[in-house]
Design a protein around this ligand. Sequence first.
Ligand code: B3K
Ligand code: ZN
Length: 889
Amino acid sequence: APTIRRADYRPLPWTVETVDLHFSLDAEATVVTNRMSCVRNPDVEDGPIRLWGEALERLALTVDGQPPASLREDGSLLEIGASGERVVVEVRTRIDPRANTTLSGLYLSNGGFFTQCEAEGFRRITCFPDRPDVMARFTVTLEADRAACPVLLSNGNLVEEGALPGDRHYAKWVDPFPKPSYLFALVAARLVALERRVTTKSGREVLLQVWVEEGNLDRCGHAMDSLVHALRWDEETFGLELDLDRFMIVAVADFNMGAMENKGLNIFNTKFVLAKPDTATDLDYENIESVVAHEYFHNWTGNRVTCRDWFQLTLKEGLTVFRDQQFSADMLARAASAGAGPEGAASARAVKRIDDVRVLRAAQFPEDAGPMAHPIRPDCYQEINNFYTATVYEKGAEVIRMLHTLLGQEGFRNGMDLYFSYHDGQAVTCDDFVEAMSEANNGVDLDPFMRWYAQAGTPRVKASGVWDGATGSYTLSLAQHTPPTPGQALKLPLVIPVALGLIGPDGRDRALRLEGESQAGATTRVLRLTEAEQTFRFVGLDAEPVPSLLRGFSAPVILELDEDDARLAFRMAHDADPCNRWDAAQRYAERVVLALAAGSAGEVAPAFVEAFRRLLEDARLDPAFRAQALALPGEAYLLERMAAADPAALRGALMKVMRTLGGVLAASWLGVLEATEPAPVYRYHPGDAGARALANLALRYLAAAGDERGLACAQARFEAATNMAERFGALAALVQSASPAREVALAAFHARYRDDALVLDKWFALQAGAWRWDAAVAPTLARVRGLLDDPAFSLANPNKVYALLGTFFRANPGEFHAADGSGHAFWAEQVMALDAKNPQVAARMARTLENWRHLTAALQASIRPQLERVLASEGCSPDVAEVVGKALE
Ligand code: B3K
Ligand code: ZN
């Protein structure tokens, strides 16, 4: 496939002012009539009207009612010659929703019609200048069978509805706001709605709806609450109000991603809408809250102000992820402060931040170190759908967070206000955003900061300190360096905010005073590292301090700091910054695990076990924080930290560490379980969730160690649980053990939820992710293969694919990378089978092997032919070809 380059962006010679769409919906032959009023773009020299169309049967095309003067077709591009300033183009197309297994464009799910247009799905519905810089006002008429599709929805306001001959009916919707085509949506299905009316801050009454299949009406309450909270939060935090009379969320079971922010008609994967205590874990509740908010926040950051072109994707995604992270932190803090005061609130915020950092390290750092590495604003792509990445989203959010840190809360808010005042209703670039931030902050020079948008790769910050006892001063040297990434050898220094504290030997933070300052200030402050190397001299200290760097994870970098075990244990016990306290535990654990994996240690160092015990037994600490600090670093992250990564050795080491910590500390873990009796009634609350997380972790360690009391407790809790959070926690512990009870529990779980698609996803994922604690058990691959034939499994449903195959490929490296190469051959088979149906999902699965060159030579030799096989396969999609091609480059 050709490479598209950011530098090649040109505005179109013709744009569209209004679109009038008519859908005659039919499962196999839907007819779409599209009347566009096209206007010449005054800023562009002469040129044709450009439309894109894909997988369409074109029935008619006219310009001002006449056949076009000229028509040129080149793949999906259609160029129409037109004269004058304004013409009406009418296109009629026929599409086959039933045959559309890509889930992009118009498709069927459980008998209903749904759409997904971002990034380029609208061209699979009709011919259109399908680019985000064309913003038009849409009028949409839907016509369908009343019995099969009693509900007809589209963007904006319902202006008309009625009956038609032949048991059909219609509805007409008008969206008052101009929007790019990727935000178009329609739904025609048999659904019911949970409704709520709220008054916005300016006093308008708006109708909120959550549309689901009838049997799921009892699972919408949390999504609705989340929506109301998001609406209020955006009013309070950014002064941003809902601009429509009606805001709808629709849940659909077949969906490629999490959700989609279509104007006024968000379409969601059921996974991020449906929850009730019997079916959803605490994590599900948390994810629903954050995804509902994320899509709602897009209404301003994404919809009212959108992207000029797809290279600017992080303009809306990085910013919106940052907004949803702040929202979740505020929500958690508010709930926690009710029971646990300001300290509880601070801890809840820190735990949320730790979660975000875990995601970044597990997903984005490996991406930045592999063949797909790209800046948050990429320079080129082959298939845009491959660039909805952890880099664009999560690192993009970190970049916005750094702006927030550098400009301060108020400066950031002023920048946002200015951004909207300049660009409301426009399609803009990341430069426009950063310029507004600068202008709102006394013209502060943010040009050097823009390098974060241009450079790929995770920067390394190397820190070292020198103590001068005679003068009581501590000199900290910081050096930055970003390793080369594909196509980008040279890297320049970045603007890196380094939040730091200095801890005295008593474990207490010292007030900080830089040389030249008249008095000491706060105990945490943000240093600005802007050069390749800089030093900072702190004075007035009574003893040699221990530095605590990058507090709150103030920048998305890898910190290189020589700390011996004793120092890590010290920070694990004393660092006042919870993020860094957690990080000290992670670093120490990493060191212990990697030494075992490398064979340079035979046992888990007792000093580590003791440091770990002190955290575990410190009942003053928030249980949610303890659960974070006592969970080992993620396997994917650790794998990337190994030189020639050996998943089998890593798995062996992780098992050994878990068994040791579970066994040696069994009494303390059992103590945790005694202290946290299951709650009689489930409530989604950070305090309760934290206690459950710690209890579930205790079950995990005890089960890993094969502790009989722990296993009995897991079994008892599994059977007695009144909610999914506890039931699933206990089941997960049993599955990750050598106990035969795991099979009994899995079967009981299946029997209970055999008709519940979302819960069955958990059942598939648990089995695909299972480690082999009992060496006599068959390899996990055999189990996964068997599950492909389970009646509840389907390659056509992305959730099922992610649960079974995604978990096996991504979250179970120890089993996936079996030395005999069976996992790799299986990977190729499945990627090819998926690619024939759904290239976006296939490409996501294909990405699970992109960092194959980091693995041992033997594994690389096993993987290479499988990558080559997929790339050479007949009908390999551009999506998969880009991923695998780059992996092989
Ligand atoms: N904007 C959508 C993602 C669309 C992905 C297209 N392949 C969801 C979101 O980020 O909110
Ligand atoms: Zn988004």
